[in-house]
Design a protein around this ligand. Structure first.
Ligand SMILES: Cc1cc2nc3c(=O)[nH]c(=O)nc-3n(C[C@H](O)[C@H](O)[C@H](O)COP(=O)(O)OP(=O)(O)OC[C@H]3O[C@@H](n4cnc5c(N)ncnc54)[C@H](O)[C@@H]3O)c2cc1C
Length: 399
């Protein structure tokens, strides 16, 4: 069994873990990031880079290089009711360097952070290294046990950060209390080709009580089709042809190419979870990003929240970690800082999926109340643009 020591050990090389690793190393804290996979290549992940993240890149002097990576830019998000387009979020007015959402494969974003991190002497990234458990000593978490291709090892650290996503191994090992918020939906992700003659913009399509999102990814559409939770088997029983017919009716713009879905294997199920921890920390350990709060896909805010958590964590903990003065009060301060935006965002997400009240005993169909309200207003798209693009409490780098 090998033994290693570091100041801060971060489990998980997703947006939260990689950004925190980079920011701490930049602030002179010796940091080791563990990623269980050999690379960052995974399809259908959160591929949205929000204006607030690009503002951070600007503050770090990295924005110009970052925007050289292939991406598409969306200054607003549109919901399509039948053939009527309604802007539901407008980012163009935001007072930031890049007032739009950049769609970029998450692996490009993470590779970019990894490259910048490796240039810093305090940064160490261990790929194919899975955090498997916690070691407690002196009343606190003092180390992480890991599996590597060379065998098992123990990594001792002043602080362990669980940034290992919604199925976090470390939050389970820590025995944290999880508050399930409930998510009565699943999402099917798939690709359909995109043609030059198609509308250019990413949009949400609402119709017949169903909802889909089409993300413009250049030569293809990345599509998310929302289904009631646990109904994939019912869809499968009805057959692929029936599924494709329903899809073509909802998405006339790609009705001529639903045949590209050759089998159920072309559809990837995202089982939606919405939850948050009652307490994000224990002495020597803190959870951030999806490990602390899995978000609903509504608004596509998971990556943004994960990055904002990382900035706040670096702002509050870099000094005490560098000076060796870290206490539980610092960990509590991180939770206090990020708890409000997490709860507020989840509350809005719950509100957004609320259906219209039945009228005269009859169930109603059509868009949820929030979409109809936004559709009627000229100002609301600016507000939703701010909330989606920047979040409830935008963070700024202070280290
Ligand atoms: C299909 C899908 C589509 C999504 N679309 C969007 C979107 O459009 N916009 C948006 O904002 N959000 C989206 N999300 C949510 C978004 O991806 C997450 O909210 C965000 O990635 C959270 O970042 P994170 O760093 O906290 O966790 P993650 O991104 O989950 O990263 C965790 C990392 O930890 C690694 N890991 C896990 N366990 C261990 C372990 N034991 N040891 C070491 N490493 C480990 C994982 O391999 C992973 O790299 C989507 C999610 C899914 C699944």
């Amino acid at each position: 069994m090998r033994e290693l020591a570091t100041t801060c050990c971060i489990a998980g090389g997703g947006p939260a873990g990689m950004m925190l690793g980079f920011l701490l190393a930049r602030a002179g804290v010796e940091v080791t990031v563990l990623e269980k996979h050999a690379d960052f290549l995974r399809d259908f992940r959160g591929d949205t880079i929000h204006p607030s993240t690009m503002q951070l890149m600007q503050e770090l002097g990295l924005l110009d290089d970052f925007l050289k990576l292939p991406h598409t830019e969306e200054r607003s998000i549109v919901a399509r009711f039948g053939d009527r387009d309604v802007p539901i979020a407008d980012f163009s007015h935001l007072p930031v360097a890049a007032p739009y959402i950049a769609f970029m494969p998450q692996w490009d974003f993470l590779d970019f952070l990894a490259d910048r991190g490796r240039a810093l002497p305090a940064f160490r990234l261990l790929m194919r290294t899975k955090a498997t458990g916690l070691v407690r000593s002196g009343g606190r978490v003092a180390a992480v046990t890991v599996e590597t291709p060379e065998g098992e090892a123990t990594i001792w650290a002043d602080l362990v950060v669980a940034a290992d996503g919604r199925h976090s191994d470390l939050r389970q090992a820590g025995g944290f209390t999880v508050r399930e918020i409930g998510a009565p939906m699943d999402v099917l992700w798939f690709r359909l080709s995109r043609r030059e003659s198609d509308a250019g913009q990413t949009f949400g399509q609402v119709g017949r009580g169903r909802f889909a999102v089409m993300l413009n990814r250049g030569d293809y559409w990345q599509c998310a089709y929302v289904i009631p939770k646990g109904t994939l088997e019912t869809l499968r029983a009805a057959g692929l042809d029936a599924f494709k017919e329903g899809l073509a009716a909802l998405l006339p713009v790609v009705a001529d190419r639903v045949g590209e879905i050759a089998s159920w294997d072309d559809l990837k199920l995202l089982s939606v979870a919405v939850d948050r921890l009652e307490r994000w920390w224990q002495p020597g350990l803190i959870c951030i990003g999806d490990a602390a709060h899995a978000m609903s896909p509504i608004g596509g805010v998971g990556v943004n929240l994960a990055i904002q958590d990382a900035i706040a964590t670096a702002n509050i903990l870099a000094g005490p970690l560098r000076q060796g003065t870290l206490t539980s009060a610092h960990l509590l301060a991180v939770q206090k800082r990020r708890s409000f935006p997490t709860k507020a965002t989840q509350k809005v997400q719950l509100m957004m999926r609320r259906k219209r009240k039945p009228q005269g005993g009859k169930p109603t169909s059509g868009p949820p109340a929030f979409m109809r309200a936004i559709a009627r207003s000229r100002l609301l798209p600016h507000l939703t643009g701010r909330l989606i693009g920047m979040g409830f409490r935008p963070e700024s780098i202070r280290t």
